[in-house]
Design a binder for this molecule. Structure first.
Ligand SMILES: [Zn+2]
Ligand SMILES: [Zn+2]
Length: 476
């Protein structure tokens, strides 16, 4: 068996199990894979009752940091310390790791703070450091660094920006494996102090959800055309010359970071697309082998139908309009995020349960199969216009999903309608990280108010109604 066949077989079976199908043996793959045309599947009747019995899921537990992670936060990144290296450095000993923020796809992420008093020393007081957790470089962070450097040129506020050009490592100076020499081990990123979309975890106003939706559209517009929208008469996104469409492949609530900019986003935080570790440039000239390999980009539970669809296994896969078409994968991604927000869940739609709505989505007959619970306007909190549009972004066939030029005005209209229906907005304080709870008030030990036989005040502990057990008979 060739190595090529083995990897191909592994990918085929990975997505068969992802959809709930049985794995194939090598013989079964030879006999069945891309042998016959796909017969359209029967209409799927969703088993779910819908919204009624849904409770918000508790957030995943925060893992206590491992010792490696502790070492990371105690370290002194040369990019921040060595003033000869980068424009953001502030000299040795002036930056301190404040908080371990988590594990990304490519390593550890932590918050560093500049500790010297004079704020003129450095352009940033807080930065986020992302560092590869590998001792021997497999994939270094060069790919992500290159994409981020390109994205920084757009100056868009809907992207989490890299702050300095990625630096290569001097392995000897850092006391790490020499294989790291001249590789990129670390990225210095902008800090987003408000948190990310998983921190919301509660019902927010519909007007806020439309605002978030629009920010997400603005973010993936930058990925697609390399520019922000301009507004003259109608919003327009002009492609940057020589820009190649970036597919994020890992759009999920935790990768959308929140910033505060009340000048441009005065009712809700600005949402920024972050973590480009799995992102990939894509153009429609890609070969079918390249498209097949892109199936693997992303993390479990966040794949798009063009990656996991059974249409890959049909002989006519190239003409079915699903397999390998990544032009609208980012639209699926933001649909996925909005779905989580609308349902207050941390899990998106189940890949095993596509269905064709027998009802209209935003007054149009459903174009085909879609994913997720049948929302069908049953949300007790959000309008049908919003939940239908989310379901439209989750169509299995990429061509059925609305494109950016259609989504942008629809989301703006959605906000207007929601604001007209109910002009409430969320309070800013509700978005900001919660301050630590105040210490519990000290309870004074209560002393009995009774009088003893010696005619002195009793000093025993009061049990009920401010009298001790012996003096309960003295209660008024
Ligand atoms: Zn925005
Ligand atoms: Zn007493």
């Amino acid at each position: 068996m060739s190595l090529h066949f083995e990897t191909t077989a592994a990918i085929i079976n990975k997505f068969r199990t992802y959809r709930g199908d049985l794995s194939w043996t090598p013989e079964e793959i030879r006999d069945n894979y891309q042998v016959e045309d796909l017969v359209p599947p029967p209409r799927f009747k969703p088993p779910h009752p819908g919204f009624t019995d849904l409770l918000p899921l508790p957030p995943p537990p925060a893992n206590p940091p491992f010792s490696q992670e502790q070492n990371f936060i105690n370290s002194a990144p040369p990019d921040l310390e060595d003033a000869t290296q980068t424009g953001i450095s502030g000299g040795p000993g002036n930056w301190r790791g404040k908080k371990f923020l988590g594990r990304g796809n490519s390593g550890y992420v932590g918050l560093w703070e500049y500790t010297r008093k004079n704020p003129k020393d450095v352009p940033y007081r807080q930065v986020v450091v992302k560092e590869s957790s590998e001792t021997i470089p497999g994939d270094d962070l060069r790919h992500e660094g290159t994409l981020l450097t390109k994205l920084r040129d757009t100056k868009s506020q809907h992207i989490v920006h890299i702050l300095n050009d990625p630096q290569v490592v001097d392995a000897q100076a850092e006391h790490i494996n020499p294989a790291w020499n001249n590789k990129v081990r670390r990225l210095i990123m902008e800090c987003c102090p408000v948190g990310d979309l998983t921190d919301l975890g509660r019902h927010i106003c519909e007007t806020t959800l439309w605002r978030i939706f629009e920010c997400l559209i603005d973010g993936i517009t930058v990925l697609e055309v390399g520019n922000d929208w301009t507004v003259s008469n109608e919003p327009e996104a002009t492609p940057r010359p020589n820009w190649e469409h970036i597919v994020h492949f890992d759009l999920k609530p935790g990768n959308i970071l929140l910033g505060e900019d009340r000048l441009t986003h005065f009712t809700a935080p600005v949402c920024k697309v972050g973590d480009f570790a799995l992102a990939w440039r894509y153009n429609s000239d890609a070969t079918w082998r390249e498209r097949f390999e892109l199936r693997e980009k992303g993390t479990t539970t966040f794949y798009a139908p063009e990656q996991f669809s059974e249409s890959w296994e049909a002989a006519n896969y190239q003409t079915l309009g699903i397999a390998g078409l990544y032009e609208k994968s980012n639209i699926w991604g933001i649909g996925y995020i909005m779905y989580c927000l609308v349902l207050i869940r941390y899990r998106g739609p189940d890949p095993m349960e596509p269905f064709t709505p027998r009802w209209k989505l935003n007054n149009e007959t459903a174009k085909g199969r879609t994913f997720g619970l049948p929302l069908r306007g049953q949300s007790p909190h959000y309008s049908r216009a919003l939940t239908d549009l989310v379901q439209e972004c989750l169509y299995g066939q990429p061509g059925h999903r609305p494109g950016l030029n259609e989504l942008k005005p629809r989301v703006q209209d959605g906000w207007k309608a929601a604001f007209k229906a109910n002009a409430t907005i969320d309070a800013w304080e509700d978005f900001l990280p919660h301050p630590p709870p105040p210490p519990p008030p000290k309870i004074k030990r209560q002393v009995c108010k009774g009088i003893c036989k010696t005619e002195k005040l009793c000093k025993r502990k009061a049990t009920a109604d401010r009298y001790c057990r012996q003096h309960q008979n003295q209660r008024p």
